[in-house]
Design a protein around this ligand. Structure first.
Ligand code: ADP
Ligand code: MG
Length: 458
């Protein structure tokens, strides 16, 4: 194995032990810089992730590395040269990208093809490698029709369905196909999260009109995961106008969401009716037979040959989504590469067991309080008791926010947990933090670090 393959193997094992967000936060843009005399030098994008990897992940990385390469003695972390080591300027420079990084699902980024800078399209997603079954055939047919005749058939095309079921794949495939048919079409794929942060940036920089001008030139606009528009009033307003402009000029608009327009909370009525004004189609979940076909095609791509029993076993046990099937195929690839043999049914069962029951990540009230307190060097008591000390206010709000986000506790329960507080304080705290998160990247990092503690086994 060369360094790159070795690191990919490490990453694909680690992603099963950390949450998606943390995986994206701490492991993106890392690589093995060099290996000298058993010391593996891992390059990180900034001093922040360097410190964090060193303190939190060194042991597990070391363990995995040793299981892959006998001679590994230790790890050194360095900051990649081209990066500014100052955290704040780094954050400012990269705020949009970073927000993307954290919010977008990683989807095994390290294996992806390169994304086109202009269109944001990734050639990895195309119609040829998209398996069609009864669960997605309508969505597939509509996308194909749109790709052959953009702006003319279904406008907007709105595709919804659960996570990991192929929405992004289909949207991207449509964009790629259009581009293939006509090179000079201006296509832009964007996730709604990055669009939201673009809007926020342009408001701050007073450049909203130039953003609009740019958007108005687009022939095919693909907006992924619009459920995140919920609660973003300003974004909804700006998008409404952009939508109208494009629509009136017969430009194609393609949208996706994890739910139908009617179920997106706080979406303004006018936008809701625009979203549902073309063709709305859902993607369901694949049945066993289709899962086997999908599995087979992914295995074929990777040159892995499993017998029918193993195929059945996997497809019967991984039912939720296609992303999980891919995740498992990646584990098989690693197994096969390391052991130079095809995994048999026993290996498959063994590997699957650890994927289906990862280390239980139990979160509870105590753990959240403990993590927030230790992060800010406070006593747990201080956090819970009635005090107006300035340095307690923010940590307490963050604790409330995490109780809501991670445990889905009711506002009244959250209120009762803190002395002298009630549900209005809890609502205020959660909303305040949520709002601030939109504007302040360092808060996002902070909260991610706390979450990391919440979910770590310590
Ligand atoms: P979503 O956007 O709905 O969360 P994705 O489009 O990201 O899901 O799909 C998750 C993974 O599964 C992707 O890597 C994608 O390529 C793959 N995938 C999804 N649907 C199919 C399909 N019908 N055929 C082949 N691969 C698929
Ligand atoms: Mg998606």
């Amino acid at each position: 194995m060369n360094n790159q393959e070795l690191w990919q193997s490490v990453l694909s094992q680690i992603q099963f032990t950390v949450s998606k967000a943390n995986f994206a936060t701490w492991f993106r843009n890392t690589k093995i810089d060099s290996i000298k005399e058993g010391i593996v030098v891992v390059s990180t994008p900034n001093s922040f992730s360097k410190e964090w990897l060193k303190t939190k992940y060194k042991q597990i990385i070391l363990k995995i590395l040793r299981s892959l390469e006998k001679g590994v003695k230790d790890i050194d972390f360095i900051v990649a040269q081209h990066n500014n080591s100052s955290l704040t300027s780094n954050i400012k420079q990269k705020r949009t990208q970073k927000r993307d990084k954290i919010l977008n699902s990683p989807q095994l980024q390290f294996q992806e093809f390169s994304v086109d800078q202009e269109t944001n399209l990734n050639p990895r997603y195309n119609f040829d490698n998209f398996i069609v079954g009864s669960f997605n055939e309508m969505a597939h047919a509509a996308s194909l029709a749109v790709s052959e005749n953009p702006g003319a058939v279904y406008n907007p095309l709105f595709i919804y369905g659960g996570v990991g079921l192929g929405k992004t794949h289909l949207l991207q495939a449509t964009g790629n196909k259009i581009l293939l048919n006509a090179k000079n079409v201006a296509i832009r794929y964007t996730t709604s999260e990055s669009f939201i942060s673009e809007i926020i940036d342009s408001i701050r920089n007073h450049s909203i009109s130039s953003l609009k001008k740019k958007m108005h030139k687009i022939d095919v606009l693909i907006m992924d995961d619009v459920q995140f528009f919920a609660g973003k009033e300003k974004t909804q307003e700006e998008f409404f106008h952009i939508f109208n402009h494009l629509y009136q000029h017969q430009r194609q608009i393609i949208l996706s969401s994890d739910r139908p327009p009617s179920a997106i909370p706080t979406l303004t009525e006018r936008l809701r009716s625009r979203f549902g004004g073309g063709m709305t189609i859902d993607i369901g979940t694949p049945d066993l037979e289709t899962r086997i076909v999908i599995l087979k095609s992914k295995l074929e791509e990777k040159n892995i040959n499993l017998n029918q029993e193993a195929l059945n076993y996997i497809a019967s046990n991984i039912q939720k989504n296609i992303r999980e099937i891919e995740g498992f195929v990646n584990r098989l690839v690693i197994f096969q590469n390391l052991n130079q043999k095809t995994p048999d049914i026993n290996i498959v069962k063994e590997l699957l067991k650890s994927q289906l029951n990862p280390l239980k990540k139990s979160v509870n009230f105590k753990k959240i309080i403990k993590s927030v307190a230790s992060f800010y060097d406070l006593d747990e008591k201080e956090l819970l008791e009635a005090t107006r000390r300035k340095e307690i206010v923010k940590p307490r709000q963050i604790a409330m926010y995490l109780l809501r986000e991670e445990l889905k506790e009711s506002y009244s329960l959250i209120g009762r947990r803190f002395k002298g507080k009630d549900h209005t304080t809890a609502i205020y705290a959660c909303e305040k933090i949520a709002k601030q998160l939109e504007l302040d990247d360092s808060l996002l990092t902070e909260i991610n670090m706390i979450k990391q503690r919440v979910y770590s086994d310590l």
